[in-house]
Design a binder for this molecule. Sequence first.
Ligand SMILES: [Zn+2]
Length: 126
Amino acid sequence: MEIFKKVSESAKTISEGAKTISKKSSDLVGAAKLKYEISKLEKEMENNFSALGNLVYLRHKGEEGIEEEIKRLLDATKALEDDIAEFEEQITKLLPKSLICSECQTELPAAANFCFNCGTKVIDHD
Ligand SMILES: [Zn+2]
């Protein structure tokens, strides 16, 4: 079955790709790079969903041996989702914390020198 073979092969590439990225994740620096990785993972997830759609349809038509393939693809997709969550967590840690004005408690951008609300000088700078 040509379609089934094609779907399987693309799915295999996808899950191995996710593993490589996940292994490299500890070496990644910078929120921008992490965001780029996330966008790539999200695309892979979309590919998985589309492949899953094909597989479910083939199963509906009575194709044999699809069940295992669907299970594997679902696991691979879950792994991608976990990777994305991990990257998002890393981004949160990388981004500078926003400042809170000591006088009026207004939330200020990390680079602020003065509170735009009450004009108090921001002293808690790194
Ligand atoms: Zn203020």
